[in-house]
Write a protein that binds this ligand. Structure first.
Ligand code: A3P
Length: 290
């Protein structure tokens, strides 16, 4: 679990314990009512999990405080290692509709999700902020290899040598499949700019209809400021030797544009040139500066 090197599964670098349980993960059979939240790490997963859970519970904060996030909405691909609870085990005792999260790229999602037409919400975040957030997370999370210095981390990100592989392939993989698979494709920046609008989109996608008042409450309860202080949503449940919040809190800044505090102008230019090449075959409407 701790700082182990990554192991490839079909060419995608994954955490050791995930690669070692791959057959179990690939064979997983969801229920058709299961809701999948898929993301590249650090693009707004926890935020979306909290929104969906509150929507399913009509905005009842107590219902969503019944357990910490990883237990209310387990990781599909975390099969064994304590202290993060094993996702597949947790799911056995959950009432439908279950909220399942995954960071797997599209091609590694167990095919039964598509056979069963499970609702799937994908959240994408602009590459530079996503990378900054992932860098700080890799510093504090002992479940990831050491990120090393920032300069080298940019290269690793560009080469897709981080857990769950290439950001570029990840956002493109789900984008290309979104119509065929009826995937709701959201952007972190839209959620920041107009959270109510995005909460309503998720509500409609899930065939729910809540009152204006409840929607307002959900928007408030899922603001960065409230979630940061919510022990059931801020990952303070994970012991310090696994997630060291004193190095960087899990709920770090929750902003758009923090990349400006990290990239030098030269790094930004070099990154942009490479980005244009990698992203030229798709037209995904990332609204912020790459
Ligand atoms: P930063 O590191 O930029 O602060 P994930 O849940 O996918 O791991 O993503 C974590 C990122 O989302 C962190 O970004 C975290 O602060 C941010 N985040 C979590 N909850 C949020 C919220 N309610 N509003 C905005 N950002 C949030």
């Amino acid at each position: 679990l701790y700082r182990f090197p990554l192991l490839p599964v079909r060419g995608i670098p994954l955490m050791n314990h995930i690669a070692n349980s791959w057959d179990t993960i690939w064979a997983f059979r969801p229920d058709p009512s299961d809701i999948l939240i898929a993301t590249y790490p650090k693009s707004g997963t926890t935020w979306t999990q909290e929104i969906v859970d509150l929507l399913l519970h009509n905005g009842d904060a107590d219902a969503c405080k019944r357990a910490p996030t990883p237990e209310r909405s387990p990781f599909l691909e975390i099969v064994s290692p304590p202290p993060i609870p094993s996702g597949i085990d947790l799911m056995k005792n959950m009432d439908p509709p279950r909220i399942i999260k995954t960071h797997l790229p599209f091609q590694l999602v167990p095919p039964a999700f598509w056979e069963n037409k499970c609702k799937t919400i994908y959240v994408a975040r602009n590459a530079k902020d996503n990378m900054v957030s992932y860098y700080h997370f890799a510093c504090m999370s002992k479940t990831h290899p050491e990120p090393g210095p920032w300069e080298g981390y940019i290269s690793k990100f560009m080469r897709g040598e981080l857990a769950w592989g290439s950001w570029y392939d990840h956002v493109k993989g789900y984008w290309k499949e979104r119509e065929k698979r009826n995937i709701l494709y959201l952007f972190y920046e839209d959620m920041k700019e107009n959270p109510r609008c995005e909460v309503e989109r998720i509500m409609n996608y899930l065939d729910l209809s809540l009152s204006d008042e409840v929607i307002s409450r959900i928007v408030e309860l899922t603001s960065f400021e409230i979630m940061k202080e919510n022990p059931m949503a801020n990952y303070s449940c994970i012991p310090t030797h696994v997630f060291d919040n004193s190095i960087s809190p899990f709920m770090r800044k929750g902003q758009v544009g923090d990349w400006r505090n990290h990239f030098t102008p030269e790094q930004s230019k070099m990154f942009a040139e490479d980005y244009d090449k990698k992203m030229k075959d798709v037209n995904i409407p990332f609204r912020t500066l790459i």
